[in-house]
Design a protein around this ligand. Structure first.
Ligand code: HEC
Length: 225
């Protein structure tokens, strides 16, 4: 075999190293252009992006307003008793049929009340929750409120007569929409739980406002204890 064959062969072998070297270099170098896309599949197709101008509609917007009077599934809220606590034009005095007055409901209400309300109103409803106590302390500071703290005393839910006379539907409404300085919990607490809490608030009131008539007639003080 002539020697030149060997040299040519060697050179060809060396040339084989060029493509991998080029690939390695390209892979290691950042490039602002998108990669070459040989098979398009459906990756690129004409469409309107949300905020883009759209000549198909008179107002030239791509995003369409909801159809007038359309109601999303599960968002009818026409049940005034369930969603607003109103029945026969006044505050409901009983729970809606969807939330039966059972021990389970009250227990659920107690649990939710302790989570959401007790920080301000206290576990017994006396308006002495920890957050409330701390805030009152900051406000009562002798050199003026600490860091300009502003706080309205949380209502005593069980002894304040403006609250104890309220029907359960009104309490439900306060939880849902809030009142004056108290924020509403309609968006955080599901509707059934709001009713359970309202029922539990009535339970707290009842338990702390016992009347002599609650004791069976003829029971002596010693027996009652
Ligand atoms: C961040 C503190 C805070 C939390 C938490 C809170 N409240 Fe209140 N609540 C207040 C304050 C403050 C008031 C008095 C508002 C006012 O008079 O401006 C009030 C008032 C009320 C009233 C009386 C409304 C009236 O007609 O005067 C009820 C009932 C009530 N809250 C129930 C609840 C229930 C139930 C929860 C739990 C879902 C709750 N609150 C959670 C601070 C709170």
């Amino acid at each position: 075999m002539p020697r030149s064959f060997i040299y040519v062969g060697l050179i060809l072998l060396l040339c084989l190293l060029v493509p991998p070297a080029v690939i390695a270099r390209v892979r290691a170098t950042p490039n602002p252009n998108p990669p070459i896309h040989l098979i398009q599949d459906m990756d690129f197709q004409s469409k309107f992006k949300t905020q883009a101008v759209n000549p198909l509609f008179a107002d030239r917007r791509t995003m369409r307003p909801p159809v007038e009077n359309a109601v999303a599934r599960g968002e009818t809220y026409v049940d005034a008793l369930l969603y607003e606590g109103v029945s026969n034009g006044g505050w409901a005095t009983a729970l809606p049929p969807q939330v039966p007055l059972t021990l389970a409901t009250l227990k659920r209400g107690q649990e939710r009340y302790n989570i959401y309300c007790s920080v301000c109103h206290g576990e017994t409803g006396n308006g002495d929750g920890l957050v409330n106590e701390k805030a009152m302390e900051l406000v009562a500071n002798t050199n003026g409120p600490v860091n300009g703290t502003v706080w309205v005393q949380a209502k005593n839910l069980v002894h304040d007569e403006t609250v104890t006379v309220q029907p359960v539907g009104q309490v439900f409404s306060t939880i849902t929409h809030g009142i004056r300085n108290m924020a509403g919990y309609g968006s955080q607490i599901p509707v059934e739980d709001r009713w359970a809490i309202a029922a539990y608030v009535k339970t707290l009131q009842r338990s702390q406002n016992a009347r002599p008539s609650d004791v069976p007639a003829g029971t002596t003080l010693a027996e009652a204890k």
